[in-house]
Design a protein. Sequence first.
Length: 392
Amino acid sequence: MTDQMISAFLASCKANGSLRSVNPHRQNDIYIDYNGEKLINLSSNDYLNLGHDLTIRQEFLAFLSASDALFSSTSSRLLTGTFAEHSLFEEKASKLFHKSCLMFNSGFDANSGILQVLGGKETLFLADKLIHASMIDGIKGSGAKFMRFAHNDIEHLETLIVKYQEKFKEIIIITEAVFSMDGDFAPLNKLVLLKEKYPLIKLYVDEAHSFGVYGKSGLGLCCKLNILDKVDYILCTLGKAAGSCGAFFLCDAMTKEYLMNTVRPFIFTTSLPPVNALHASFMLNKLNEAEKRRESLEKAAGQVRSCLKDLGFNVISSSQIIPIVVNTNEAAVKGSEFFKEHGFFVLPIRHPTVPVGQARLRLSLSAGMDETVIEKLCAVIEKFKDFLEKDK
């Protein structure tokens, strides 16, 4: 693009309130320092408060001192970038899920790279309308035929399956387990029933916002629903509830070998440092011990959702991600400032992250938020309701 085109684009973003920027913020426990103020952070994905737990950090550093884990891998996985720490993590996750595991640098790398090579001319991708950008990029890069079905609409999905099943050798249904912007659950049990009804179907589930939060040992929503053996492909990220970094993909052994030989972000990227792989294994243990945190988070999320319902808000969430949809970018920005003035750091979510007219404040709760914090949040939400009414 020319300089003039770039300038015009930035001016347009600024004018419509969608211009993005990055700013460093110091974070401690559930708090974030913003312009010298200590605010409660409602814009983090550290759902179990493991990532900001100083005691856990000190425990890992003591554990690290006894290891020889390096701080750089210096190479890609297929050259000299696979260390014992990477293999240890993959073996550990494989035993937990009873599936083959392949570690990636990020969830975006995994989704965008894997979906590019899972699909071909004889594959039809059927993707939920609200799946993450990383999956959309992967689908588009595959060259396979793809269609979007209405969000969580099983009837619409089955209509597409019936219409196209004779034209393809396989259909891969793609969904998130917990949707990152709406915070609602995918109807995973119903998707499994569709798979059992139509043998050409495979299921691809992104557990980015549910891994760590749900199921035994925090293994995710598929585990909680007891359908791990019925889902073909599962993506889990380590940088959210697990408080670490990277991602891992679960599949059968043959698919893992195929991915190692075809996925470009895996083949051509310098791998995560061994120290990060070691930390990921360490945090798997912490997830196993975090049942009280999961219970606390579920209770807090239920309280906030009930508060919103009682105040007349349309609550679409079923999880720890709770959006307050305010429609316009301007209202989202104003709402963000309102919450900051009342002690909470909530960033506005605007188009193109969400569709036009669905700008929102995305409340992202943490297990570190005790009863006092949740009560304060509900009181501020009540004030925000009045603010919205007056601002009409």
